[in-house]
Design a protein. Structure first.
Length: 145
């Protein structure tokens, strides 16, 4: 599937600035940084779209998967695409694409990923149900069920 076709499955997009500290000795973004990009994109998505109430309910990442496709180079313009793809009682999946936008407008897929999040009551240190407001916002925005 073409990268442009993949990106149409995602509504949310945010730019990922590449920092000098993201680079490794091989001249590309270090593979560990991709999870940081996912975290930054996920946090922006929750803040801008979902309006997550961090005071009421915490979130932990229970699982993370990264499919490295092509290295990210320092001079590239990178965008992260984010969507909620599954919602359970206390956990949900978020999928990511990291895409390079070329000068001619062409899109090049660099990485795909997925994380599983769990709603957490930090007082009891136990999982809790995903709050209704946030659940409904994710479902509505990303067209789930």
């Amino acid at each position: 599937m073409k990268t442009a076709d993949l990106t149409t499955q995602f509504k949310y997009r945010t730019e990922m600035p590449i920092r000098f500290s993201d680079m490794d000795m091989f001249g590309h973004v270090n593979n560990a940084v991709y999870l940081t990009y996912f975290e930054q994109a996920r946090s922006s998505y929750w803040r801008e779209i979902i309006n997550w109430d961090w005071e009421a309910t915490g979130v932990i990442v229970a699982k993370a998967e990264v499919d490295y496709i092509k290295p990210i180079m320092p001079n590239e313009k990178i965008f992260a695409y984010v969507k909620t793809s599954r919602i359970g009682n206390s956990s949900w999946d978020i999928e990511y694409l990291l895409v390079c936008e070329k000068e001619n407008g062409e899109l090049e897929l660099k990485t795909k990923g997925r994380t599983v999040q769990v709603a957490m009551d930090y007082k009891t240190q136990k999982p809790t149900a995903t709050p209704d407001a946030e659940r409904n916002a994710m479902m509505k925005y990303d067209g789930l069920g």
